[in-house]
Design a binder for this molecule. Structure first.
Ligand SMILES: [Fe+2]
Length: 312
């Protein structure tokens, strides 16, 4: 067997809807009857949207209570658990329709904070903080820093974090240093930060809530107490304004759910990007190196397959 064949077989096995359907039959996989509703945006009243922009300008983040996503949020959380239990990294939950669907439905909110023409960045992740495989969220950091703010401090790009289970200080909820209390926020010296303990803010959230921050805000995920009774399960995706140069490529149409092949290639790109934090098996690393989505680059073994899979 040639190496190319073996890569193609491994890729096909991971792109197979039957694999993921078997793990979480309650979720949807490339199901047009379900995903059609992704283009029906969730409604927010004008006052709520105004409040969001005010919070964002002052504190660099905003938080919303549990929203009406139109999906079974507990089922999505169970899907992430099933993916992890089967030995895959939690980010493979993006093989299901639901994560993409949930972000698409934020259209009205996105146009408020990032303007019409906003784009989805090929930058996403999922966490399953259960005290076993993963004991804490990420350490204090800024995502991309001050360069992602406009001169008036509005964001060029933001991270949208969705807790799928209740996030509490006990299971590792998010913590943030509000921008107005952070002396180096939005400045070229923002990589030098001192954490003023009294100013840091724990942000517990119900399952199905939403937390979003500019990419300059200082934040981290807490450490879970052991034993963890409710794992902290969450997903996040980064978005940017459409009138700014792409921060990562390819930028994605936020209302168009990628097909299974594209999802897998995007997921492989994420696992490569974070391999310094989450070491990969040699098989996963070689597949990711070969097949991860890179702009304009489609590996030979995928070109054949994608040609064959084109709808008639
Ligand atoms: Fe982050």
């Amino acid at each position: 067997m040639s190496n190319e064949q073996s890569l193609a077989e491994r890729f096909n096995a991971l792109a197979d809807p039957a694999l993921w359907g078997g793990l979480a039959p309650q979720l949807h996989i490339d199901d047009p009857a379900f995903t059609a509703a992704a283009k029906q945006p969730m409604n927010f009243d004008a006052a709520a949207l105004n409040g969001i922009n005010a919070d964002l300008a002052r504190e660099g983040y905003f938080q919303l209570p549990a929203l009406d996503w139109g999906v079974d949020v507990a089922g999505v959380a169970a899907g992430v658990s099933a993916v992890v239990t089967a030995g895959y990294m939690p980010v493979f939950a993006f093989m299901y329709d639901e994560p993409w669907f949930m972000y698409a439905r934020l259209h009205k909110l996105m146009t408020t904070v990032l303007d019409a023409g906003y784009r989805m960045m090929p930058a996403f992740w999922a966490w399953h903080v259960d005290g076993k495989r993963e004991g804490a969220g990420w350490t204090p950091h800024r995502d991309l820093g001050y360069r992602t703010l406009l001169p008036d401090r509005r964001p060029k790009a933001m991270t949208f974090w969705l807790p799928l289970s209740e996030a509490t200080p006990q299971n590792g909820c998010m913590y943030i240093m509000p921008a107005d209390l952070d002396p180096t926020y939005g400045t070229p010296s923002d990589n030098q930060f001192k954490i003023d303990l009294q100013s840091m803010r724990a942000l517990p959230s119900p399952a199905g809530g939403l937390l979003a921050w500019t990419q300059a805000v200082l934040h981290w995920g807490g450490r879970a107490r052991k034993p963890v009774t409710t794992p902290r399960i969450s997903i996040s995706v980064e978005f940017q304004r459409g009138d700014q140069a792409p921060i990562y490529e390819p930028l994605l149409d936020p209302l168009q759910l990628p097909d299974m092949t594209s999802r897998l290639r995007l997921i492989l790109r994420q696992v490569l990007q974070y391999k310094h934090m989450y070491p990969l098996s040699p098989d996963m690393e070689s597949l990711a190196e070969a097949a991860a989505f890179r702009p304009g680059l489609t590996p030979a073994f995928l070109q054949d397959m994608m040609q064959r899979n084109k709808p008639a």
